[in-house]
Structures are given as structure tokens and as C-alpha cells.
Design a protein around this ligand. Structure first.
Ligand code: 5AD
Ligand code: SF4
Length: 434
């Protein structure tokens, strides 16, 4: 019998890392590891890292530093770095951090078992290859009862090369997974109790598995009995095809929420970012999406303080936000990333960028509150994900991805119920079950 060992995984960054962490836990499960929430009791600590901004990448090194006493007290403890920092920095991590035993890039997770063998022999292991095979085909299938919501990676990598972004380098070129395999994986998830699937990809709407588009995949998934909700993220405006927009109008299971990053509202900055669309084109696209699904909530990503951004450029971004009216948004101060074209340019003043970020976030917060307040009195679907903090309370997401608290003592996690929204708090809604 294999000895049971404990695995602690910390996940940084995006939802794709959340999905990958789960799959890695399963791969290591086959090696005799069970997961633990407590780092101190682990035999192996795996950091699944993010390289998108400098802060995220530096956090990994400070967290590794904090593991030093743990490793000193337990010399057999294995420490691994996975994800995009592993891909970007590879061997350099071993040099900088002698306590690290294993470095594995995002496309090599299926090789973890062989790497663990090397560790067993007292060696250190690095794999940052982009092998031609699909890592997911070689990772064990998930088993057992699942949470009601699940992620499913359908596409990885990016060919867009926005001037600020490391993703094309860390995740590699765009690769779409085979649709038949995705359908099988989705059916297996539904059999395990999953009712909502979020399709993931760095450029998810560029999906083109065999001759399927994302719209086709969404339609085929919608035919699966027991699957009630479909979402997808993250999209690029230039890949919002007519068939996908149409799906928002006629596929009932496709939820009325769309994350559609625009990054800036200034054509000059959009050009410098290599986004290959104008602010006007984005606004027209939003109109078409809203014509197909009038109640859709839109969210976006924004970068402020991109090199060369003037007050007028920033004002154009604020104008675009006012023109669209977002339900939510993520906004970031530009961070120069090694190896990207924008990193060669002169950065703008840091304090000015901070001030712009604050102003933008205040506007977005107003819009988010307004979108939430507009839900009060409306009837929505809520999929219960967990019990709330109050006794008898359930928490779940609405169709529009708002967190909703409902007093519902008899209910179980995984129920999809109709709820009347009664109140709006800063970051969630309250509702009563109908
Ligand atoms: N600096 C700041 N934000 C960035 N993002 C990507 N690269 C950078 C960078 N260098 C943001 C973009 C993207 C989101 C995932 O992260 O807004 O959409
Ligand atoms: Fe990065 Fe642009 Fe690709 Fe998104 S579309 S992953 S921001 S390069």
C-alpha cells in the first residue's frame, strides 16, 4: 500500500490556475498524496503561481522565504513551484531559492509523476517544456461528488501579444482542446453533481477545437440534461463572433454575464497596447451584445498608467466606462513585465498612475452598486454554493453572478432556486426564496 502523504497547494492568480491546481492535486493523488489546508502538516507544498504583474510574481518569492523554517524543521518536505512564474523563470528559481525541489510549467503538469520520482531519488526537477500532447489527456479524471460549480479549461495560451502581457510567453500559443473530450468531461462533471460549468481560456472565445466554435460548444453543452448554467471567461472583443452573440440571445442556459476586457478607452493607448480595436468598435460591440441579451451584465479589465498615457487618454477611458455602465471590473496599475514590448518604454509617474487608478475604481464601484441596486425587486435564479455565516442561511450566485444570501434553513448546497432580491449590500445581495 502506498503511504499517505499530505499535499498543500496555494493558488495565485486566475481561475485557470484554480482548475490546474485541482488537476495537479489529482495527479499527485495517484502518487499517494491527499490534500491538506494546513501548510505545517504537509509533506509537499506546491505554489501554483502567477506572473501577470510584478507584485504577484514577487509574492511567490516572499512566500517561499516564509517556508524556510518549515523546511528546516522537516528536511523531507518537498517544495514545488508551478504555474506562470515557474514557466517564466525556470532554473532561475532553483538558483535563487535553494529550498525549492521542483519547478513545473503550466504545460507539463502531466509529467509530475516522473518528476516526483526524481525527487524521491534526492534530485531536483525542472520541466518547462511545451510538449505537443494535451496535458489534460494524461491527467487522471476527477472522481467523487463535486461542488455544484466547476471550471473546465477549453483553450489555453494566447496569440494576441498585447504589448504589456506575459501570457503568450508563459502559457504559449493558443491551443484548443478536442471538443469530444470536453463534452465527455462536462458529462462526467454533471454526473458528479455539477450544475454550472465555466469554460476557461486566456482567449476563450478564440476556441476552435476541430471545426467547433465556442458558440457551438456552448450549444452542445446546453443539451446536456442536468447542466443548468454555462459561463465562459476571458474573452477578447475581436473574437466576439456573430454566432456567439446570437447564443447569448437564444441559449437560455448561457448566463447573462460577460467579462469582456477593453483595457483602455483611448484609441492611441489601445494602439500602443496592440489591442487591434478602437474604443468605438468596443462600444458598437457592446450594443450588439445588448441587443441580443438586453439584461446582460458586462465586466472588464482596465490598465491605468500604461507608458505614454496622458490625462486626455485617461479621460477617454473614464468616458468609455460611463458610456458602457459596467456591472463589475478589475483594474490594475500598469506593471512592466520583462520580455514584453511595453517594458522597453518609459513608464509614467507612479503617483499619477495611483491617482488615476483610484478615480477609475471609484467610478466602477458606483456602477457596480448601481447594477446591484437595480436587481432589488427582481426575480433571479440562485445556485446555492455553500451555507452562509448566519444559521439557516445559504449563499450562491445569481444568473448575473452576484453573490446572494438567502434565509433557507431546509435547503441544500447544489439547489437552484428562484429568489426575489430584497436588498443590496456593498458586495452582495439579499433575497427571499420564492
Ligand atoms: N500590468 C498590469 N495589468 C496587466 N494585466 C495583464 N498584464 C498586465 C500588466 N503588465 C491585466 C489585464 C488583463 C488582466 C488579466 O491583467 O487587464 O486583462
Ligand atoms: Fe494577454 Fe492580450 Fe492575450 Fe489577454 S489577449 S492573454 S491581455 S496578450
Amino acid at each position: 500500500m502506498t503511504e499517505v502523504k499530505k499535499l498543500f497547494i496555494k493558488t495565485y492568480g486566475c481561475q485557470m490556475n484554480v482548475y490546474d491546481s485541482e488537476r495537479m492535486a489529482e495527479a499527485l493523488g495517484a502518487e499517494g498524496y491527499v490534500t491538506t489546508e494546513i501548510a505545517e502538516e504537509a509533506d509537499m507544498v506546491l505554489l501554483n503561481t502567477c506572473h501577470i504583474r510584478e507584485k504577484a510574481a514577487e509574492k511567490v518569492y516572499s512566500d517561499l522565504g516564509r517556508l524556510k523554517p518549515l523546511k528546516a524543521a522537516k528536511p523531507d518536505l518537498k517544495i514545488g513551484v508551478a504555474g506562470c512564474v515557474a514557466q517564466a523563470e525556470g532554473e532561475e528559481i532553483l538558483r535563487r531559492m535553494p529550498l525549492v525541489d521542483l519547478v513545473v510549467g503550466p504545460q507539463a503538469y502531466h509529467r509530475l509523476p516522473q518528476m516526483m520520482e526524481k525527487l524521491g531519488e534526492g534530485q531536483r526537477a525542472v520541466d518547462t517544456d511545451f510538449p505537443p500532447e494535451d496535458k489534460f489527456d494524461h491527467l487522471p479524471q476527477r472522481k467523487g461528488r463535486a461542488a455544484p460549480t466547476a471550471f473546465l479549461t477549453v483553450q489555453e495560451g494566447c496569440d494576441k501579444f498585447c504589448a504589456f502581457c506575459v501570457v503568450p510567453y508563459t502559457r504559449g500559443a493558443e491551443v484548443s482542446r478536442d471538443p469530444a473530450r470536453l463534452m465527455a468531461e462536462a458529462r462526467a462533471l454533471v454526473e458528479r453533481g455539477v450544475r454550472e460549468i465555466t469554460l476557461l481560456g486566456q482567449n476563450v472565445n478564440a476556441y476552435h477545437g476541430q471545426d467547433w466554435t465556442l458558440a457551438r460548444l456552448v450549444r452542445e453543452l446546453a443539451a446536456i440534461d442536468g447542466l443548468d448554467r454555462i459561463r465562459y471567461t476571458t474573452s477578447h472583443p475581436n473574437d466576439m463572433s456573430d454566432d456567439l452573440i446570437a447564443a447569448h440571445g437564444d441559449v437560455e442556459k448561457l448566463m447573462p454575464y460577460l467579462h469582456l476586457p477593453v483595457q483602455s478607452g483611448s484609441d492611441r493607448i489601445l494602439k500602443a497596447m496592440n489591442r487591434k480595436h478602437t474604443a468605438e468598435a468596443y462600444l458598437r460591440l457592446v450594443e450588439r451584445i445588448r441587443a441580443a441579451r438586453p439584461d446582460i451584465l458586462l465586466s472588464s479589465d482596465f490598465i491605468v498608467g500604461f507608458p505614454g498615457e496622458t490625462d486626455a487618454d485617461f479621460d477617454a477611458t473614464m468616458d468609455l466606462i460611463r458610456a458602457v455602465g459596467f456591472g463589475a471590473a478589475f483594474s490594475f496599475k500598469y506593471s512592466a513585465r520583462p520580455g514584453t514590448p511595453a517594458a522597453e518604454k518609459t513608464p509614467i509617474d507612479g503617483e499619477l498612475a495611483d491617482a488615476r487608478l483610484q478615480a477609475l475604481q471609484a467610478l466602477i464601484t458606483d456602477q457596480q452598486r448601481a447594477a446591484q441596486a437595480a436587481m432589488v425587486g427582481r426575480e433571479v435564479g440562485v445556485l446555492y454554493e455553500k451555507p452562509g455565516r448566519l444559521p439557516g442561511q445559504m449563499v450562491g450566485k445569481s444568473d448575473h453572478l452576484h453573490a446572494v444570501h438567502v434565509a433557507d434553513p431546509e435547503a441544500k448546497v447544489g439547489e437552484l432556486v428562484r429568489v426575489r432580491i430584497t436588498a443590496s449590500a456593498p458586495n452582495s445581495l439579499a433575497g427571499a426564496r420564492l
